[in-house]
Design a protein around this ligand. Structure first.
Ligand SMILES: Cc1cc2nc3c(=O)[nH]c(=O)nc-3n(C[C@H](O)[C@H](O)[C@H](O)COP(=O)(O)OP(=O)(O)OC[C@H]3O[C@@H](n4cnc5c(N)ncnc54)[C@H](O)[C@@H]3O)c2cc1C
Length: 346
């Protein structure tokens, strides 16, 4: 039977069938929902059930505690709707909705950022104009029938019809045994056509937030973080903007020149690069979350943006929660792979 999923405090209604997962129905209707693992493990899609009949599927109590469930919170990825339902996003203070585009793009530039991360610049050939908010991602088919998520690394352009608005930049790390990323690493060529759709994701810059920003990136997780920080700094945010960039070794570091330039231009910007597997002068040593835990003195008025490997994002989310940061102030994109989503991690 057909039912409706209402998003509280908005006129958004997603059509669904009885038994559909709330997250699936909202995403299909184009609602920008925060989500990652889609397995009830990460807690990213947590939202409030305002009313309606639902059934919970299995989930981890780390992602949603019994106390939270008793307060009416649910995981949208593990909750079936069995009648008309109303849910509220926890961070609905700034809902951005850009039109979803299906575009044909050409590879305009390929550059090695590190031994295993490629910078891929695409030029939109048809299907635009494309607008997005810093921190969002696109679905890209570098290989036919192999669609993967990649976060825009460039700052959104000011005007829709400018040359800048036709250019999209991504940082793609070659995952061992990975279909799409290995193709990008070894076979993708300038001039090749790729399909791109988007934008998606709710881990985007809250532009109205006037407080400090803490950004934690791991590896190619720097892509959305660069977009977020580039945008907030250029927009004149004069509050502390702090970046922690975690990688294994010196050969994994990239765009340090950019951080140096930002630090010279914006006195409120500071960065620390953390190496987990080697020590080097000028770089912190350890897990990026250990360094943040040592240096973080307070979280009041602060928002955090996290992106990169799921273990790092989960550890950082836990740490910030323990330090008192509210879930609505933590915006996280864990780079889950298709195998992770199927509970099939290699
Ligand atoms: C919101 C979001 C944003 C992202 N942004 C970025 C980004 O900006 N940059 C970036 O580099 N990545 C990003 N990712 C990750 C990206 O989407 C891909 O998951 C990543 O590039 C790997 O894709 P792949 O096709 O190369 O690997 P896949 O082919 O999906 O394989 C992934 C891993 O699973 C293993 N595997 C594959 N099939 C099986 C199987 N059947 N059983 C067991 N193991 C298997 C592979 O060996 C490999 O280790 C993002 C992910 C998300 C969710």
């Amino acid at each position: 039977m057909s039912i409706a999923i209402h998003l509280a405090d908005s006129d958004i209604v997603a059509p669904a069938e009885e038994g559909d997962l709330i997250l699936d129905a909202l995403l299909l209707a184009g609602v920008p929902m925060a989500y990652s693992c889609q397995q009830g493990n990460c807690g990213t899609c947590k939202c409030e059930l305002v009313q309606g009949e639902v059934m919970d599927l299995d989930y981890s109590e780390y992602a949603l505690t019994p106390e939270e469930r008793a307060r009416g919170l649910i995981l949208a990825c593990r909750t079936q709707a069995w009648g008309d339902v109303t849910v509220r996003r926890l961070d609905d203070e700034e809902l951005v909705v850009h039109p979803e585009r299906f575009m044909r793009c050409k590879v305009a530039l390929l550059e090695d950022l590190t031994h295993d991360i490629k910078r891929v610049v695409l030029k939109i050939e048809s299907g635009g104009p494309y607008s997005f908010t810093a921190g969002q991602y696109a679905k890209i088919e570098f290989l036919p029938l192999t669609t993967r998520d990649y976060s825009m690394a460039n700052v959104p352009a000011a005007g829709a019809d400018t040359d800048d608005a036709k250019r999209l930049e991504f940082h793609v790390r070659a995952v061992p045994g990975g279909a799409a990323s290995q193709f990008v690493q070894g076979k993708l060529a300038v001039g090749q056509t790729v399909r791109v759709s988007g934008p998606y994701g709710a881990s985007y810059l809250r532009e109205s937030h006037q407080g400090a920003i803490l950004a934690i990136a791991g590896g190619s997780g720097l892509a959305p973080i660069e977009s977020i920080l580039g945008r907030t700094l250029a927009a004149g945010n004069s509050n502390p903007v702090r970046l922690y960039f975690g990688v294994r070794a010196l050969r994994d570091v990239y765009h340090e020149d950019l951080f140096k330039a930002w630090a010279a231009q914006y006195p409120n910007f500071r960065y620390t690069i953390v190496l987990s597997n080697e020590e080097a002068p000028g770089y912190a040593h350890g897990l990026v979350t250990e360094v943040v835990a040592r240096e973080l003195t307070g979280v009041i008025g602060m928002k955090a943006y996290l992106a990169g490997p799921p273990v790092m994002v989960e550890a950082a989310t836990r740490l910030l929660g323990e330090r008192g940061m509210a879930a609505r102030d933590i915006h996280a994109d864990a780079f889950y792979t298709e195998a992770d989503r199927q509970g099939n991690t290699a």
